[in-house]
Design a protein around this ligand. Structure first.
Ligand code: NZQ
Ligand code: ZN
Length: 389
């Protein structure tokens, strides 16, 4: 394994009714004014908003509402939130939602305190945070990104058409409340999309060096088997609490830095998807479902040993009678079949992207991963996107 330093500062409260049980005490450590940030209204339709507002009111807090955080949050929305947080002297941001809400809130927590253009300082390139961001806490309502236990925030700059993420440990939420029952109302397509995002985070970490025996890859294989098993269950039976809770914790585990220890990382499929999102605002997990099998068909021969292990240990494909390459390819094709089985899109057209001429702009603006088994060129990324179309 590569050398590493591990740190994760977020305290996690997991389980049924964890908001009601723990939020009142947790609020004692913060000032009076709480910014309640959320998305397009799902939390109001499913009773989560009422439950949280009741806790905040009982604690005597002043609530500053910041609604309508969109999927693929924009830099403009971050600036709007930061202005509000400054004007109302917010003491704690409480983000309630999925990756979009959590990421937007992390960027607000920086922008509310930092001077200048935070896109230029912290997203255009990696910056240095030598101040304390506004404290942030999160309540997760849809699983997938794992944003609740890292400092990562993926933001779209609409003017420059760049969607990119940075992970600053200082942006880790102070605490995260994970109640799997909050995710029961997530519809099957978003469940599948979020579940595939989890799987993708694990694959993007797993499909990279080292190939020698290492505990991170062993954990990853176990996590992938769990995600596949429980995602099937949750998509077919949205009320399956056990499946929802396993997915919720697997999502956190995939992105809380543990499986990344001692590893290089790929994340090329994510880089492609992020730029596709910048140009089309497509759904993150659905975009990954289209891109991943095509990308893996392009690279699996450069990481045969790992792709063969993926087939054998994750999908339980028998190795007998197959060359290493045949086994590795069978793993990728089983992944593609799983994506179909989940009802996820398998082409950019089925994702609703009809303008083929956007693909060159996506490829030209896409970051090239340094951790992948095969370093891509812009031309190869364009040909992958054209195959996806
Ligand atoms: O906006 P509302 O009305 O709340 O509806 C949301 C949204 O439409 C809905 N939803 C949330 N909770 C629900 C619910 N529907 C029913 N019942 C509930 N309990 O779900 C939809 C999707 O939400 P969103 O937050 O957009 O999805 P996701 O969690 O997949 O986040 C996507 C964003 O996170 C970024 C993505 O790029 C994208 O911008 N990512 C963040 C990462 C990180 N910070 O570590 C890593 C990821 O790779 C990813 O890039
Ligand atoms: Zn992702």
């Amino acid at each position: 394994m590569k050398d590493f330093v591990f740190e994760n500062s977020t305290k996690v409260y997991f389980g049924k009714e964890c908001v009601r049980k723990h939020l009142p005490n947790l609020l004692d450590s913060y000032g009076n004014t709480i910014m309640l940030a959320y998305g397009g209204g799902s939390i109001k339709r499913h009773g989560i908003y009422d439950e949280i507002v009741a806790v905040l009111q009982a604690a005597g807090k002043t609530i500053v509402e910041f609604p309508n955080i969109m999927s693929n949050p924009t830099y403009a929305k971050v600036q709007e939130g930061a202005t509000l947080a400054r004007e109302r002297h917010v003491d704690l941001i409480l983000g309630v939602g999925g990756g979009s809400v959590m990421d937007c809130c992390k960027a607000i927590s920086l922008a509310a305190v930092a001077e200048g253009d935070i896109w230029e300082r912290f997203w255009a390139s990696s910056g240095t945070i030598d101040f304390s961001p506004l404290p942030l806490a999160v309540v997760v309502t849809v699983t997938g990104t794992g944003s609740e236990m890292n400092g990562g925030a993926v933001i779209t700059n609409e003017a420059s058409k760049i969607k990119t993420g940075r992970d600053y440990p200082q942006c880790n939420p102070k605490f995260a409340l994970l109640d799997p029952s909050y995710t029961m109302s997530v519809p099957p397509l978003q469940t599948a999309s979020g579940g595939f995002d989890i799987l993708s985070h694990i694959m993007e970490t797993y499909f990279s060096e080292p190939d020698e025996d290492n505990v991170s890859d062993d954990i990853s294989e176990a996590l992938m088997r769990s995600v596949i098993r429980n995602l099937r269950k949750a998509v077919h039976n949205p009320d399956d609490y056990t499946a929802r809770s396993n997915l919720m914790w697997a999502s956190t585990m995939a992105e809380n830095r543990i499986i990344k220890l001692g590893k290089k990382m790929d994340f090329q499929a994510h880089q492609i998807e992020h730029q596709l999102g910048a140009y089309t605002s497509c759904n993150h997990g659905c975009g990954l479902a289209v891109i991943s099998p095509v990308y893996y068909r392009h690279i699996y021969t450069y990481g045969l040993t790992k792709f063969a292990s993926f087939a054998r240990n994750v999908w339980q494909i028998p190795a007998e009678g197959k060359s290493e390459e045949e086994l590795a390819r069978a793993g990728v094709e089983t992944l593609a079949a799983f994506i179909k089985e989940l009802g996820l899109p398998d082409s950019l057209r089925s994702l609703g992207i009809t303008e083929k001429n956007v693909l060159k702009d996506v490829a030209d603006s896409c970051n090239i991963s340094q951790g992948s088994y095969k370093h891509m060129t812009t031309t190869e990324i364009l040909s992958i996107l054209e195959e996806c179309f």
